[in-house]
Write a protein that binds this ligand. Structure first.
Ligand code: HMG
Ligand code: MG
Length: 285
């Protein structure tokens, strides 16, 4: 029987957060509505972070209010602290994501605090979400390389993954934030992480700066991962990670995964339409 691999669409959040032009809410809603028809089970659509830090994500509540929610699709939002969680819950996000870094340098740049301090901010989120019945995903950034601290020790990623799982994150998404990973560095990192967290609780989140993201997906598939984050049109990057280019394009990830014999359940024509819409949103700058 054909095995299934899930692509978690992060374009409306990770893809758009770095765009300089403030994209009107209606355009974001139109993109999410198109993606909702493409077969995704999870779509990340907003961030409840400081609007001073990421102005593009300031309209998260309006985006969540404006979309046509399709049954069977979970709409996710990022939250860096309890205030962000409360905003996401009020906007009826189906799940939230906390985000930590395996390196101190990126933690400071992205969250203005140490890794331990970021975890302390997540604890009340996990407690509240547990009481509210809202699933929480945990991101780890800089899993192989940090733009400030250089190469990341796989053991640091493994320790952080264990902590996030122990806190109650249902899945850990492993971010090659600046797209410098290779299949070899991804495999070394995954082997360390999988001593702590099983493959069926992990996702790969690979940016494509060096054009290796699909190869990194392939290496991760070989080690048992079955969930990958991607952004239609290959948009994206993190404003606090110098040199970070877009996420792996959903179109490319789907093509590679299906060429390897897995099913994604995604409608290629709808994805192509959404990719064209996403690229146009960038070109209109
Ligand atoms: P701070 O300046 O240390 O904290 O920022 P603060 O508590 O002093 O807050 C600063 C201002 O933000 C205050 O407003 C707060 O009220 C407000 P002011 O008094 O100056 O008017 N504020 C908030 N506003 C709305 N929602 C909130 C919120 N919290 C505080 N939740 C903070 C700390 C965490 C807020 C800031 O550093 C921040 O927002 N960082 C987010 C950065 C971000 O979103 N980065 C991109 C996403 S991560 C990513 O892309 C990586 C990923 O894709 C995986 C990968 O690729 O590796 C996930
Ligand atoms: Mg990212």
């Amino acid at each position: 029987m054909t095995q299934t691999v899930e692509i978690f669409e992060v374009g409306p959040r990770d893809g758009l957060q770095n765009e300089k032009r403030l994209i009107p809410t209606a355009e974001k809603v139109a993109l999410v509505d198109l993606l909702s028809q493409a077969g995704f089970r999870r779509i990340e659509v907003a961030s409840f972070v400081s609007p001073k830090w990421v102005p593009q994500m300031a309209d998260g509540a309006e985006v969540l209010a404006g979309i046509r929610r399709r049954a069977g699709v979970r709409y996710a939002a990022l939250a860096p602290n309890l205030r962000g969680y409360e905003g996401a819950r009020a906007a009826r996000a189906d799940e939230v994501a906390v985000f930590a870094s395996a390196s101190e340098g990126f933690s400071r740049a992205n969250l203005n605090c140490s890794v331990d301090e970021s975890i302390a901010r997540f604890e009340p989120i996990l407690a509240a979400a547990g009481a509210d019945g809202i699933p929480v995903r945990g991101y780890i950034s800089c899993v192989t390389d940090c733009p400030f601290d250089g190469p990341t020790d796989p053991a640091a990623v493994a320790r952080l993954a264990r902590r996030l799982r122990a806190m109650g994150c249902y899945e850990i998404s492993l971010g090659d934030t600046i797209g410098h990973a290779t299949p070899e560095s991804i495999a070394a990192m995954l082997k360390a992480v999988m001593d702590e967290v099983p493959a069926d609780r992990l996702a790969g989140h690979y940016h494509d700066t060096a054009g290796r993201a699909c190869d990194n997906i392939e290496a991760s598939l070989a080690l048992g991962l079955r969930v990958f984050d991607a952004a239609v049109g290959g948009l994206g990057g993190c404003p606090y990670a110098p040199g970070a280019a877009g996420n792996v394009a959903t179109e490319a990830a789907q093509a590679r995964i299906e060429a390897l014999g897995y099913a994604t359940g995604l409608d290629r024509a709808m994805i192509a339409e959404a990719g064209a819409m996403a690229r146009k949103m960038r070109e209109t700058q």
